[in-house]
Design a protein around this ligand. Structure first.
Ligand SMILES: C[S@@+](CC[C@H](N)C(=O)[O-])C[C@H]1O[C@@H](n2cnc3c(N)ncnc32)[C@H](O)[C@@H]1O
Length: 217
């Protein structure tokens, strides 16, 4: 079956700039106390639930994956881009990275304790997000958590606003609307954090961190 065009475009766009991206773009957690706080809470909840495996979806160079590993999670990374994965494997030789799409994970139903997507749902066309969240629900065990980080807006008049991301087309997303889609996919919201842009921000986008859980039946 042929894959959707946005998947091939995202893969080839990141393949083309992977080394430059890894050099220029830092890491979503190291310089950011808010991301660290939400990831810390996520890790505690996953461990409290007695869960084991966690996937870092759209892991890029694997720095968030390494942070999650440092928090005591049994984590592996998944990404579309083989060039990004090559960097992740080089930078984090002790961790496991697999090529794949977050919309069709090569993982059994109910087999994961947690999922993190750090700035990786941003390249998915908004009309495809319900299918992606349904896939997250499928692979998580009851009680499992999802943590999403994304360019955000507190305006809930629409779901998404496209913007000229430096690598490939991306979308800024309404935090309320994303919360609503996650609820419709069967998740219960646990916490959300909205981070204001720094004073020198080029685009002035807010950053959303949303943590949800698959209810225990
Ligand atoms: C902006 S980078 C973020 C990298 C990393 N998560 C971080 O926070 O540093 C987005 C990454 O998500 C990957 N990606 C985008 N859409 C994806 C999808 N549908 N499935 C798997 N990976 C995806 C891209 O290849 C890219 O490596």
């Amino acid at each position: 079956m042929s894959e959707p065009e946005f998947i091939s475009t995202t893969r080839s766009s990141y393949d083309a700039v992977a080394e430059e991206y890894a050099e220029v773009v830092g890491d979503a957690v190291r310089g950011n106390p808010f991301a660290r706080a939400m990831m810390g809470a996520f890790a505690e909840l996953v461990k409290e639930a007695g869960a084991s495996r966690v996937a870092d979806l759209g892991c890029g160079p694997g720095r968030v994956t390494a942070h999650l590993h440092g928090l005591g999670l049994d984590v592996f990374g998944v990404d579309l881009s083989s060039e990004m994965l090559a960097i992740a494997r080089r930078e984090q030789p002790g961790l496991r990275f697999e090529q794949g799409s977050m919309a069709a994970l090569d993982v059994e139903d109910g087999s994961l304790g947690g999922l993190v997507s750090s700035y990786s749902i941003i390249h998915t066309p908004p009309e495809e997000l319900p299918a992606v969240f349904a896939e997250f629900h499928r692979v998580l065990a009851p009680g499992g958590c999802v943590l999403l980080l994304f360019f955000a807006d507190t305006d809930s008049s629409q779901l998404a606003w496209p913007f000229d991301h430096k690598v490939t087309l991306a979308y800024r997303l309404s935090v309320d609307r994303v919360g609503e889609l996650l609820r419709k996919a069967g998740f219960a919201e646990v916490a959300r954090l909205i981070e204001q842009p720094p004073a020198d921000s080029e685009r002035g986008f807010e950053f959303g961190h949303v943590l949800v859980r698959k209810p225990v039946e």
